[in-house]
Design a protein around this ligand. Structure first.
Ligand SMILES: Nc1ncnc2c1ncn2[C@@H]1O[C@H](COP(=O)(O)OP(=O)(O)OP(=O)(O)O)[C@@H](O)[C@H]1O
Length: 361
């Protein structure tokens, strides 16, 4: 992948629905030829952001540039930005071939029948559907419909394609396969994909970069590694679903939490005081262990779940908060635990991330 000039840029974009600010002063840049995942919880403004970029909604404030041109006032059909909807939105009365050809036949620029045939054939080949051209949408599977929707967009040779939860309607197996295919298809074309998802696993697996949206603001934008290793605020750590988060109080260079008072060397600015430690960095000790690597959190063991390459252990603190430990099986067999028994959880304090209303002194 090459990272070059941004193909797309928005500055200060705000969009309101009545009193509700769905997009709040968003600055966002998308590089040419890259896969960007847009992650956020339900209602954070993901769809609204895509609709504003596509031109289906006009922002109340701010400007949008695409391929060096200000497109803020340009209607959707003149933007040259592709859009793949979650529900595929195929025309049921048209064949697969005609569904893919639709944009070429109905676009502003007249395209010859020979060119239509060539481009549609190429696009259908690109998404691996050669041979199914004459079927109708009700004669193909969900995954194949998704590919037709993608081919219909790619045939117009856009430089930016917006995908709104493109894998949301597929079952888990197919979703994983399509994740790999979507990345492979994009890599073969000189195109940027902006892929909206509510799934942190999907965002981290697919994006060259991930933008995290929260309450209409992009709160973090970086590589999956950077987001995973250093979430900017505690809400990002929460969406990632890989951190135990403890509320408490940051007092100068100590944090007072359910594990007692522990020293803190640095804290990230946040709306509240939160201590975060990753599931896979939390370790299990017996209740009376003394030789701990760091803080001591007393817990009761609840249950475990086998996930193939790791085992997830669930515990409960005294104030009934669930705490998770991920034990990767490459580290060897985990210890035997008894449901209902007390244990101590601990971790290397250097691996914790502390968020605070005031930064640590
Ligand atoms: N047409 C509309 N009129 C009024 N409010 C709207 C409209 N569309 C969206 N909203 C509101 O704007 C906010 C952002 O909505 P949006 O659909 O962009 O969220 P989302 O992140 O895509 O959520 P989801 O993952 O559930 O689809 C929400 O609070 C939503 O209720």
């Amino acid at each position: 992948m090459t990272q070059s000039e941004p193909i797309f840029r928005m500055e200060g974009v705000t969009h309101r629905y009545g009193d509700l600010t769905a997009l709040d002063d968003i600055d966002f840049v998308a590089e040419d030829n890259s896969y960007i995942a847009l992650l956020g919880p339900s209602g954070s403004g993901k769809t609204c952001l895509l609709r504003v970029i596509a031109g289906f909604e006009k922002p109340d404030k701010g400007r949008i540039w695409f391929q060096g041109r200000d497109i803020t006032e340009l209607p959707a059909h003149e933007r040259g930005i592709g859009f793949v909807f979650q529900n595929f939105a195929l025309f049921p009365h048209l064949t697969i071939f005609e569904n893919v050809a639709f944009g070429l036949r109905n676009g502003a620029v007249k395209v010859s029948e020979t060119d239509i045939a060539d481009r549609v054939t190429d696009a259908i080949d690109m998404v691996g559907l050669t041979g199914l051209e004459d079927r109708s949408p009700d004669q193909i599977s969900g995954g194949q419909k998704q590919r037709v929707a993608l081919a219909r967009s790619l045939v117009l040779q856009p430089k930016l394609v917006l995908l709104d939860e493109p894998l949301g309607a597929l079952d888990a197996n197919l979703r994983e396969r399509m994740q790999i295919e979507l990345r492979a298809i994009r890599e073969r074309l000189d195109v940027t994909f902006l892929h909206v998802t509510g799934s942190e696993t999907e965002a981290l697996a697919m994006g060259d970069k991930v933008a995290v949206l929260d309450q209409g603001q992009i709160v973090q934008y970086g590589t999956p590694d950077a987001i995973y290793d250093s979430p900017a605020i505690s809400d990002v750590a929460l969406f990632l679903n890989r951190f135990n988060l403890f509320n408490g109080e940051l007092q100068g260079d100590t944090f007072v939490g359910p594990f007692g008072t522990v020293p803190v060397t640095a804290a990230q600015p946040n709306k509240s005081d939160v201590y975060a430690i990753r599931y896979d960095r939390t370790r299990i000790f017996s209740a009376d262990a003394v030789d701990l690597p760091g803080p001591a959190l007393p817990v009761r063991y609840l249950a475990s779940e086998y996930l193939g390459s790791s085992i997830v252990f669930l515990f409960e603190t005294k104030d009934r908060k669930t705490v998770e430990v991920d034990h990767h099986l490459s580290l060897g067999e985990p210890r035997d635990l008894t449901v209902g028994e007390n244990y101590t959880l601990s971790w290397d304090p250097a691996q914790a991330i502390v968020f605070g209303k005031e930064t640590a002194r």
